[in-house]
Each structure stands twice: as structure tokens, then as C-alpha cells.
Write a protein that binds this ligand. Structure first.
Ligand SMILES: [Zn+2]
Ligand SMILES: [Zn+2]
Ligand SMILES: [Zn+2]
Length: 277
């Protein structure tokens, strides 16, 4: 499937969009931008591209909407992008800024007719079961929808299928204590929350048209790529286009974006990109 089409059963009516496509729900670092209490030029900017909610993307695929991560801003992100339903979720890792919007999935089982499938590694599942213990209680529910209905599907480093589409997990390092997963679907790859892409994972990324990669700020950081480090990875992978995400308030969108090498851009909330399956 190489030609973008314009039909999707879950498209909001009267909204002309490319399909399949990727929707950037959030592109900000863990505290979100503006950061609470900060009066820097980015946090007080009126440019909407400097308003960055916590990181997530959504694949609009032929069989439904595939969400990557459930950040604390999930409800407002889905409302903003007019996404009425989530069919399945992939998790990159279990950090709070990627997880604490999980309860916002609570309404979807009514329309799906089953729990929301969550594709994650076993250590991510353990974390979810712990912090969302009320969703896994033995007590009988008082009423339908009182707790989230969640169906775990365990993934590892090997490719798997979701909504009829092959997903290739991309193992990544995220500082000394966390191994996380990026995901490749067709010619699109999403690699957030990383400061090291192992050589074997560079190979898995070969041939992508679009690469999205973590770039927190200009200065180095112990768990995230800097802009220069991200550019180094992009040069190795050689995608047609690359987008930086998980951005903090050190990067003022119009200025920082204009300074990037050709073919590399800053992502922003609400950005939509076509993809090929
Ligand atoms: Zn994060
Ligand atoms: Zn600031
Ligand atoms: Zn993280």
C-alpha cells in the first residue's frame, strides 16, 4: 500500500485527512511545556508549536487507531485531534509521562465490545498492574465502566502483529536503568526516550522514510539525546526526513527548527504525517 487514501471508518465526519497517517499527540518532555512556574520565552510564547504536551503518537491504520503510550494529557490530546476511539495501545516504557493517562481509555470498551489491548513488555505490565491496582481488583464491579478494562498482550524484541499490521520493536537505551522500545511500522519509525541506539537497532531502522527521535535539548543529558546526538543517529539511519521529539523549553520552535540541517525538523503537537504500510 503506497498511495495515501482518504477513507477511514473512524475519521470524524467532514474532516479531510490523509490516510494512513501518524498524528503527533504530544511532543514535550516529562513536565510539559509551558513548565509550571516558568516565565522563559518558550514557556510564555504565543506560538502554538511551543506548547508541548507529554509524548504520544497515534497511527491511523486501516483496521483502527493504534496509540503509542498513554501520557497524562491523553484526554485533551484526543479531544484536540478529534480521535473518537482507540483500538489498541503500544507502550515504549513505563515512565509516568508515558503512562499516567491510562484511565482515559475507560470509555472505549463500550464501543469495542472488549477490553483495550495493551501491547507491552512484561516489566511494563508489572508496573501498570501496580500503579493501576484498582483496574485489576478481585472485587465485583459496582457498575459497567467503573474501572478500565485492559487486555495485556506481552511483547518482546521480536516483530508482532497489531490490527493486521506488522510492528517491529526497536530496542533502545534510556540511561543506565531503562531499556525501552521504539516501534517501526512500514516506512515510519518512532524512537522516543533514548540516549543510545545500539548498532543492531540502527540496522532495524534502515530504509525508513521517516524517523522520529528523542532530542531533549542542546546540552547533553544522562537519559535523552541532545540535538547534536540525535542528528548523529539520523545521519547513520539516513531517513528521507527526521523529526525531533520529547523537547524541553530550551528549544524555541521557529528559531530551533530553522537552524536544523535539511530534512530534519522539530515535531510539534498536532503535526500529521503520511506514512506507507
Ligand atoms: Zn518521557
Ligand atoms: Zn520555560
Ligand atoms: Zn522515559
Amino acid at each position: 500500500m503506497n498511495t495515501p487514501r482518504t477513507s477511514n471508518p473512524e475519521s470524524p465526519p467532514n474532516q479531510a485527512t490523509v490516510f494512513p497517517e501518524v498524528v503527533f499527540l504530544g511532543t514535550g518532555t516529562s513536565v510539559g511545556i509551558p513548565a509550571l512556574g516558568c516565565d522563559c520565552e518558550v514557556c510564555t510564547s504565543t506560538d502554538p508549536r511551543n506548547n508541548r504536551t507529554r509524548c504520544a503518537i497515534l497511527f491511523r491504520l486501516p483496521a483502527g487507531n493504534l496509540l503509542v503510550d498513554t501520557p497524562p494529557d491523553l484526554r485533551t490530546q484526543l479531544l484536540r485531534e478529534k480521535i473518537p476511539l482507540i483500538h489498541a495501545v503500544l507502550f515504549t516504557h513505563e515512565h509516568t509521562d508515558h503512562l499516567f493517562g491510562l484511565d482515559d481509555l475507560r470509555l472505549f470498551p463500550f464501543r469495542l465490545g472488549h477490553g483495550v489491548p495493551l501491547y507491552c513488555e512484561s516489566h511494563v505490565e508489572r508496573r501498570i498492574r501496580k500503579v493501576y491496582d484498582y483496574a485489576f481488583s478481585d472485587r465485583e464491579a459496582t457498575h459497567p465502566g467503573s474501572t478500565p478494562q485492559l487486555d495485556f498482550v506481552t511483547i518482546t524484541g521480536t516483530p508482532f502483529e497489531v490490527l493486521g499490521i506488522e510492528v517491529i520493536p526497536i530496542p533502545l537505551k534510556h540511561g543506565p536503568y531503562f531499556d525501552v522500545l521504539g516501534f517501526r511500522i512500514g516506512d515510519f519509525a518512532y524512537c522516543t526516550d533514548t540516549n543510545e541506539v545500539p548498532e543492531s537497532s540502527i540496522e532495524l531502522l534502515r530504509g525508513v522514510k521517516t524517523l522520529v527521535i528523542d532530542a531533549l535539548r542542546y546540552q547533553p543529558h544522562p537519559t535523552h539525546f541532545s540535538v547534536d546526538e540525535a542528528i548523529e543517529v539520523i545521519r547513520k539511519v539516513q531517513p528521507q526526513e527526521a523529526y525531533l521529539t520529547h523537547i524541553c523549553h530550551d528549544l524555541n520552535h521557529p528559531v530551533a527548527d530553522a537552524e536544523l540541517p535539511e530534512g530534519i525538523h522539530l515535531a510539534y503537537d498536532g503535526l500529521r504525517l503520511p506514512m506507507n504500510l
